[in-house]
Design a protein around this ligand. Structure first.
Ligand SMILES: Nc1ncnc2c1ncn2[C@@H]1O[C@H](COP(=O)(O)OP(=O)(O)OP(=O)(O)O)[C@@H](O)[C@H]1O
Ligand SMILES: [Mg+2]
Length: 283
């Protein structure tokens, strides 16, 4: 079932002189099994909206539906929050700061034990989650603090995957990673998507939007400024949205405008473009 955001507003520091309206009457839907990227300038409300999705904060007005869970401004109405957070789980920026157990496997198993699972079964599930993020048995007994930045990030992601949520929210999951670490995390997102998960991804990187997103929501000053497909987003002039158009998109568009009629909507990677060009007849 999709996530439905209905007329949601949210303010910080309500009834103080410093009150900030971070979200202003926002409505949109996140489709099942989409990779929906949320983009927008710093301060546009991205982190705020995703914290409402699993009721880490509640809207000031409006409501959010996630399956049969409804999150409203009335905390008393927001029942079954623990169940909700297993269904839609979030990975925050720099999740590795939250690692704390003495071994990698215990860290990953922690969440399940929190939901009442016995240790041996939780550890077994932790091993499966570690495999999903590309960490083999040599990592099980290591201390999470002695890993590289990219490995720590993957352990932290495994700690959420182990709960088997249907919807995963990630806030800048590749921030601070090197190109190899970035690719591992993005490939993982793609493979989770292929397994049927819904991914909500906050990113500043327009190449990630082009290569991976099925849908895009752009926020501007707490309002929705775009809701649609990546190729439609980049069709708008970069001035409208003040965003960087990915070089691959710009190049494909230039070819098209010069008469080489590539199918821009289906070009997400350089290979897509090359394959289309190879398939074209010479005139
Ligand atoms: N804890 C807070 N207290 C008061 N104001 C806040 C708080 N957190 C965020 N804000 C304000 O709310 C607005 C939206 O912030 P938010 O963190 O959602 O932006 P963002 O789009 O995630 O930005 P970034 O790209 O920098 O992460 C901003 O004006 C911000 O200053
Ligand atoms: Mg943010």
């Amino acid at each position: 079932m999709p996530v439905k955001v209905k007329n949601v507003s949210f303010s910080y520091l309500v009834k103080t002189p410093n009150e900030v309206k971070a979200l202003d009457d926002v409505s949109f839907e996140i489709k099942d099994n989409s990779i929906t990227t949320i983009i927008g300038h710093t301060g546009s409300g991205k982190s705020t909206i995703i914290q409402l999705f699993n009721a880490l904060m509640v809207p000031s007005s409006g409501e959010i539906e996630v399956d049969d869970f409804v999150i409203t401004s009335n905390p008393k109405k927001n029942k079954r929050i623990k169940e909700l957070r297993r269904h839609i789980a979030s990975i925050f920026q720099f999740p590795e700061y939250q690692l704390f157990e003495e071994t990698v496997e215990k860290d990953v198993a922690f969440g399940l034990k929190n939901y009442g699972m016995k240790e041996p079964e939780a550890i077994e599930k932790a091993h499966k989650a570690l495999k999903l993020v590309g960490l083999d048995e040599t990592f099980y007994k290591r201390s999470p603090f002695e890993l590289s930045g990219g490995e720590k990030r993957r352990v932290a992601i495994a700690g959420i995957l182990v709960l088997n949520p249907d919807i995963l929210i990630m806030d800048e999951p590749t921030a601070g990673l090197d190109p190899a670490g970035t690719k591992i995390v993005l490939d993982l997102i793609q493979s989770l998507h292929n397994q049927g998960k819904t991914i909500i991804l906050v990113t500043h990187d327009m190449n990630v939007v082009l290569n991976y997103a099925t849908d895009v929501i752009a926020l501007k000053n707490g309002k929705v400024s775009f809701d649609g497909k990546p190729s439609n987003l980049f069709e708008l002039s970069s001035e409208d949205l003040a965003l960087e158009v990915p070089p691959l998109y710009a190049f494909s568009k230039m070819l098209y405008d010069k008469g080489i009629k590539v199918d821009i909507e289906n070009i997400r990677t350089l290979d897509d473009l090359l394959n289309q060009l190879k398939g074209m007849k010479h005139e």
